[in-house]
Design a protein around this ligand. Structure first.
Ligand SMILES: *Cc1c(COP(=O)(O)O)cnc(C)c1O
Length: 376
């Protein structure tokens, strides 16, 4: 059987986890956490990176940090994972869903301004498949209307937009190290990127249960106490050790994923030319990280037939997302601004093919030949 995903393993994880176990400190903000954070800060040019238990936790941290409160409005695509919305709903915000662009499946930046009201506080672009949203347009809108931008870059680690790392462009960025993402911290994990220096001090307090413990550990204060609301948003150092192994091999992982992505693209191009499927579009100025290889069909019936055909051949392919605005909670906590031209339509046509770091060429050839036989 060919799985849809398998967590990345580079081989040095156990060694680093053993070293963390021998260090006498397994909790958050240990040696491996520091190494990972500094790696991101240096390589992605970000003033402050904080490892967290998940991207969900990072998004929640962002909502607390921006003082999102009841009655506020937050703009995002409906075509995203539930956590993007939940984090802000937990603070009492109302979600305003904006349609996506059919080419990248990202929020349509030209529709955002009309959705802004005097209650709008933030825009949350989601970089689907690790392909950047039109950040120049989004940042200019935020500046013009005095809004914050939180990038959901869960899928965008190692991708860039006009030379800048995704997650470092908005006021705050959020990464995921879940096992389905390009790099993992042993199954679950995340990072909050603080790009506005004035937000750093409070971000550290919120992450440390509302205390100034980070300042205490740096010797900046002689005792630590409760200063603000907060929660426990630290990653265990044992997990950071796993992540460190992956970061040391980051380029290797990225190269392998890109090679697999390019193999799919080349092999399936003839099918696109015959009008049998649609391949992903890459936006100009965006360097992607091969997070995902998806194909689109004319109808959802055709897609579902292919899923069943592949399953018969023991190859697992998946689709997502059920648009949030059409879910029970989405109807309750948000609404779709304007007309849903592409969100529902395009999400019904999309199918994701197996793509993971440890996928062999033989596995990929099996996926490609089964796909081709479906269309033959
Ligand atoms: C995976 C994902 C998340 C959630 O990440 P976790 O680390 O599992 O909390 C949020 N947003 C998007 C777009 C994702 O793909």
């Amino acid at each position: 059987m060919i799985p849809f995903n398998s967590p990345p393993i580079v081989g040095t994880e156990l060694e680093y986890m053993q070293s963390a176990m021998g260090s006498g400190k397994l909790c958050g903000d240990g040696g491996f956490t520091r190494r990972c954070q500094q790696w991101f800060e240096k390589n992605f040019r970000c003033p402050k990176v904080l490892l967290t238990p998940s991207c969900t936790a990072s998004l929640e941290m962002a909502a607390i940090l921006l003082d999102i409160k009841a009655g506020d409005e937050v703009i995002m695509p409906s075509y995203t994972f539930v956590s993007t919305a939940n984090a802000f709903v937990l603070r009492g915000a109302r979600i305003v869903f904006v349609d996506i662009r059919p080419d990248t499946m990202n929020i349509d930046e030209t529709l955002i301004e009309a959705a802004i009201t005097d209650k709008t506080r933030a825009i949350v672009p989601v970089h689907y498949a690790g392909v950047a949203c039109e950040m120049d347009v989004i940042m200019a809108l935020a500046e013009k209307h005095g809004l914050f931008v939180v990038e959901d870059a869960a899928q965008g680690v190692m991708s860039t937009y006009k030379g800048r790392a995704l997650g470092t462009i908005g006021h705050i960025g959020c990464f995921s190290f879940h096992e389905t993402k390009n790099y993992t911290a042993g199954g679950e994990g995340g990072a909050t990127l603080i790009n506005s220096p004035e937000l750093i001090e409070r971000a550290e307090i919120i992450r440390e249960k509302g205390t100034n413990r980070s300042q205490f550990f740096r010797g900046q204060v002689d005792k630590y106490t409760w200063h603000d609301i907060g929660s426990s948003y630290l990653m265990a150092d044992l997990q950071a050790a796993y992540l460190w192994a992956q970061l040391e091999a980051a380029q290797e992982i990225n190269n392998r994923r890109l090679a697999l992505w390019n193999n799919y693209y080349k092999a399936l191009k003839p099918l696109q030319e015959k009008g049998q499927l649609v391949l992903p579009t890459l936006a100009p100025g965006c360097v992607h990280n091969a997070h995902m290889f998806y194909i689109k069909f004319e109808t959802s019936e055709k897609r579902d037939a292919l899923i069943a055909y592949m399953k018969e051949a023991e190859i697992l392919t998946v689709f997502h997302y059920i648009p949030l605005h059409s879910s029970t909670a989405g109807e309750k906590y948000g609404y779709f601004f304007g007309e849903d031209v592409h969100t529902t339509e395009e999400s019904g046509k999309l199918l994701r093919l197996p793509l993971f770091y440890n996928m062999s060429n033989a596995m990929q050839q099996a996926v490609i030949s089964t796909l081709k036989s479906f269309f033959a």
